[in-house]
Design a protein around this ligand. Structure first.
Ligand code: 5GP
Ligand code: MN
Length: 339
């Protein structure tokens, strides 16, 4: 009897919203020197989609390097392909930005992308500020890892165990391990396929959500203790500043997912976390809501993201930025009576 979950299955039952553009597929087939880049403060989707595509290109015999403008959290060395990542990458003719809501998210690595003979963006964010020669953007996709999976399928390349692990990692983390609104049939089918081809759901879940560095837990505790309600309880917010990072022994990589615990609070429409690591008074903001469009609010402050999860940065003081944000949120909230 045929194993319905065999790694050799040619097709998924799900039909894709969008297939990869032919010019991208041709570029991947014809070029032989690639640099793949993920966004600043890289998350599981950024690292997983970059490394999955890097594995595919290396398996095809191409020269390929990967880089990130700032270091990913410690877990990333558990992902296959650490040897593909370089601290000071050189210019390549083809430079591909993955999971970037516009090339600005490449921070210090943006000049390499801008100077490429062929610049490419592969992404599922909603930015319309795209500067690349070739675009593969599908905001309906649950993760950028999904787009890489579609590319691998379209090229008929094998889903090796290393690639399956990177894609599962990318998709599982970006969907909050299959809890968030972006968890679709396609997400579940692709992850089932990756599991059949060598991804280990238990160990990936354990590494990402089953065990956490102590500084992360202490930092999260400080963020939770500091929670305050605004706008008649419809907004829940906290702030962690330089003194919190020092007290927790934490760095920027320990911030990820604190907002996911804040968004557990019931009867709240919008969740906000303000973060400042250094004494330079530069604040990063995480926004979460299924009631207002976070990406739209964040864009008005120079940031971006997804409808349900977005972010931006501002120069302090904190109180001024918080007042401005609350003002914008009160206008964005439906049925909110002003004044
Ligand atoms: P987080 O709150 O987890 O840092 O980010 C949530 C989402 O918003 C992610 O998809 C992230 O890439 C995006 N995002 C966060 N900060 C910024 C920003 O400053 N600019 C843009 N364009 N996107 C951001
Ligand atoms: Mn993503």
């Amino acid at each position: 009897m045929m194993n319905p979950h065999s790694c050799d299955d040619a097709h998924l039952a799900a039909t894709y919203e969008q297939t990869p553009p032919p010019d991208l597929l041709a570029l991947l087939e014809e070029q032989d020197d690639f640099l793949l880049l993920g966004h600043v403060n890289p998350d599981g989707d950024a690292v997983g989609s970059v490394l999955a595509l890097a594995h595919m290109l290396r398996d095809m015999g191409r020269t390929v390097a990967a880089a990130f403008p700032s270091p990913p959290p410690r877990w990333w060395t558990d992902m296959p392909g650490a040897d593909l990542v370089q601290d000071n990458p050189r210019q390549a003719p083809v430079v591909i930005a993955l999971d970037c809501d516009g090339a600005g998210r490449l921070a210090g690595l943006q000049p390499l992308h801008a100077a490429a003979q062929y610049s490419v963006e592969i992404d599922h964010h909603s930015s319309t500020d795209r500067t690349s020669d070739i675009l593969y953007v599908d905001p309906a996709a649950g993760a950028t890892g999904i787009l890489v999976f579609r590319i691998i399928e379209a090229l008929g390349r094998p889903l090796t165990s290393a690639i399956a692990t990177c894609i599962y990692w990318a998709v599982a983390t970006d969907t909050g391990f299959f809890r968030f609104a972006n968890t679709s049939t396609e997400v579940l089918e692709i992850c089932a396929r990756c599991a059949a081809c060598g991804a280990d759901p238990h160990s990936i879940a354990h590494t990402n959500v089953g065990i956490r560095p102590l500084p992360h837990l202490i930092l999260k505790g400080r963020a939770l203790v500091g929670l305050e309600s605004y706008l008649d309880g419809r907004v829940l917010a906290s702030a962690i500043g330089p003194e919190d990072f020092v007290a927790a022994g934490a760095d920027r990589t320990h911030v990820e997912e604190i907002i996911d615990d804040i968004r557990l609070a019931e009867n709240v429409d919008i969740y906000v976390l303000f973060k400042a690591i250094d004494l330079d008074n530069r604040w990063e903001v995480s926004l979460r809501s299924s009631v207002v469009n976070c990406a739209q609010v964040a864009r008005d402050f120079g940031g971006g993201g997804h409808a349900e999860a977005a972010g931006f940065t501002f120069d302090g003081p904190l109180e001024k930025g918080r007042t401005r944000l609350l003002d914008a949120l009160s206008k964005a909230l439906p049925d909110h009576h002003h004044g």
